[in-house]
Design a binder for this molecule. Structure first.
Ligand code: 5GP
Ligand code: ZN
Length: 113
């Protein structure tokens, strides 16, 4: 298995890492769609949100806590931001290592495209 996000988490592929701990890594999206666009991933390789298991429940909370921390750090918490996880083809998932898009710094349209 050759997964680009596993490689980023293991520092075998460069990325602008903004946060990391034992279970979570966050880095700037290479093709940002907003002034703030950070990807928050677990170190554990989980392909999509459909693959989450009971044992991952705490990990999912850690992803959200990391996103909150980064949102505050980047000064977008009060204005607001969007958290998105794309799952499979219709949602436009292109990297099959589960990730949260943390996006902010501009008003967001609704519904998303
Ligand atoms: P998805 O479409 O799967 O929800 O999101 C994948 C995201 O990963 C896209 O926003 C894309 O720009 C980003 N991405 C893809 N390859 C790389 C990479 O090598 N480095 C970084 N930092 N982001 C990447
Ligand atoms: Zn992976």
């Amino acid at each position: 298995m050759d997964c680009i996000f596993c490689r980023i988490a293991e520092k075998r592929l460069p990325a602008k890492i903004v946060y990391e701990d034992d279970s979570v890594v966050a880095f700037e999206d290479i093709n940002p769609q907003a002034p703030v666009h950070v990807l928050v991933i677990p170190r554990k390789h989980i392909p999509t949100s459909l693959d989450l298991e009971e044992e991952d429940n705490v990990l999912v909370g850690r992803l959200f806590q990391a996103a909150n921390r980064i949102a505050r750090q980047k000064g977008i918490a009060d204005r607001g931001f969007r958290i998105v996880t794309n799952c499979n083809k219709d949602a436009g998932q292109t990297v099959f290592h589960i990730h949260i898009h943390l996006m902010g710094g501009r008003p967001m349209g609704w519904p998303p495209g």
